[in-house]
Design a protein around this ligand. Sequence first.
Ligand SMILES: Cc1ncc(C[n+]2csc(CCOP(=O)(O)OP(=O)(O)O)c2C)c(N)n1
Length: 823
Amino acid sequence: MSRQHAIAESGAFKESQERIWKSFRRWGYLQANLDPLGDLEPVAMPELDIAGPEADAARRVYCGSIGAEFMHIPDPERRQWAQERMESEAAEPDRTRILDLLVRAEVFEQVLQTRYLGTKRYSLEGEAALLPLLDAVLSAAAEQGATKAMLAMSHRGRLNVMVNIVGRAAAELFARFEDVDPRSVLGGGDVKYHMGATGDFHAANGQTVGIHLVSNPSHLEAVDPVVMGRTRAKQARRGESGVREIVAVAMHGDAAFAGQGIWAETLNMSGVPGFTVGGSVHIVVNNLIGFTTVPRDSGSSRFSSDLAKRLPVPIFHVNGEDPEAVVRVGKIALDYRYTFGTPVVVDLIGYRRHGHSEVDDPTITQPLRYAKIEVHPPLWKIYAERIGADPEPVIQRVHQELDAAQQEAREIEKAPAMRRLPKYWGGFHGGRYDASFEVDTAAPEQTLEAVGESLVSYPEGFHIHPKVKKLLEQRLEMARGKRPIDFGMGEALAFGTLLLQGVPVRLSGQDSRRGTFNQRHAALIDIENEQEYVPLEHLAQDQAWCEIYNSPLSEAAVLGFEYGFSRDFPEALVLWEAQFGDFANGAQIIIDQFVAASEDKWNLLSGLVMLLPHGYEGQGPEHSSARIERFLQLAARDNMQICQPSTAAQYFHLLRRQALRMWRKPLVVFTPKSMLRHPAAASNVADFTSWRFQNVIPASGGGSAARVLLCTGKVGHELRAEQKRRRDSSTAIVSVEQLYPFPQAEVAAEMDRHANAREFVWVQEEPGNMGARVFVIPELERLARGRPVLSVNRSEAASPATGSGKAHELEQKTLLALAFGIK
Ligand SMILES: Cc1ncc(C[n+]2csc(CCOP(=O)(O)OP(=O)(O)O)c2C)c(N)n1
């Protein structure tokens, strides 16, 4: 053979070898040995039907206990990284540590089962490898410089993780099982497998990582964006080292991961500038079942993790019965997060030893799988045999520890708090409203003028859009008291004055930077190069930070994220804006479970602001109503504030009040659309330099009216215009600007002031079954001292508004006429 021929042949040989490896890198995961019970059959792949030593070697790497998906990532550097980690020798694992954790996982569940028979605990048995996996992830995180990990997880294995990873004392958990202190949570509180917990994880290298296991509701995956928002806030507190120091690790059930849209929304946000957290580790605790539903019925693809492939991120499937492979994958995943700053997914495949909960019988629906599980040994046993270790001493020790914890639990009299709040929550209050919380929200005239001037300034040579230029000129006149201040400027002044006082501002929402109604213009855009300039970031050297983001077109995840952010930045004004208030119902789970109820359930506060454009303007059923009625139905025990400011100054004071009071309660604001520029809603500078938010704007006049109309929002302006048109002097119009907590004293004062009024009329634009009517009428009746309380509203309806602009006008005309007593 000629030399040249030999070289060519060896080149061809190399190429064919490389082709073999490529095939296995690309498709090997489909034939990997991932399911401990063997129900997940390998997929026939002609590309992998190759024999020979090279194919055997590639098969060993890619079709063993780890199935790696990374060839869909376009960036060659990332593929190369994953390939090298897969194809290099695994580090020697700490087998004693692994066995210890496996024993702890199972003994903990058995003790709970024996002592608290018939109680739901959502056992981890069948997925015991989750503990060594978390241990590997968090230990690797410690090596990378993490000081805190934010953990999200649902029910499965949560109690186990609380004790064995978060480091809560088992005694505290047992006390929860004993329900030692029911009186403290009458009508409130939450079940033990939803409670959050904080603690310390002791990493393999001896370092400590603080852990926050985030409180969550039953609603699966709803916690995902919350944990990301919390992570981002904690990272922001740390500054430059934040992304390294704080890492998010989220666990998911396989059925929930495949099915819940909020997770898809959260994933989509992971690379968007206002929402990144420098990557996160996601673990699918995949027992191949959801309650009674098998994967075939849970989704349309082989793996529940497939959704994650919408992003160029790696997915590592791993057989949960090969703990050493699991530990290896945990480290690879964590290192990937730190190297490339994206999400990474570990799909931990195991089984579920019992029913969905322990009171459920799984043999009714999956008799064959459960016949296998019945005789399947626990993982610690399999592993101890595999490594030739005697597990008995560990088992004994863990039993002794848990027995002692049981004894200790009996002595506990008060429900133990499983967490401590970070220091930055010191000084803030929850609970009932108290007048002592009130603060002065007025701003000095010079400050307003200075802020106003900065708001309209931009760098030399910046090419401003002519329409924006005009708007800025108007704003300058507003700041100088030469023109009434409109809503957009009122908001900018609220933000600006707060920033100068050291209060950071974060706002996100769809198209929020410009503003859906062309009203905000937080970022100015150079028309020649699209460079952006945010005047609110350039007020003063020592001002607080200001971040205003356009969000993806998602409601649930973005609201969840901002709620989470507010949880870890109580000193900031954190706002989420709906495009139209109507769309906030896409985030209903976050509203119900976190915004409205987190104080009641978990004693956790938030000062989040929701801005919800609301008002009947003939724009159809889905651009009219932010569903005031739904928020009012959620209101109880001063859990939040629900307001509809009708002037720019009211809005200004409301935002400032929210930031400057130490009372941390969510604030729902129904914001205007057409009223944004309406002269009646504009305010004078004097209203900003004095006053504070008025819960009720009293009627003008001396109190001699025969009828008193009470209302909230834009209709008040329309009623006043109508009154003027009619030259009516016998009607008084009162604006209720805060609907909840209902300002009883102020409303009562107004009603009493009109001693001769024969009747009180609640007027609203919304249909009778919507709006504030159902909530307000009983309140008014209580205060009316026997005088009649009537209401004027649109007829009850299934959808909030008509689709016809003309019909709207007719309705509105009738509504105003009725309000003035014309039948
Ligand atoms: C949004 C939502 N829908 C339905 C339920 C009721 N539910 C609770 S657990 C569960 C099954 C979850 O299966 P999976 O995600 O695979 O987790 P596993 O329980 O198997 O660990 C269901 C349907 C819920 N909690 N949340």
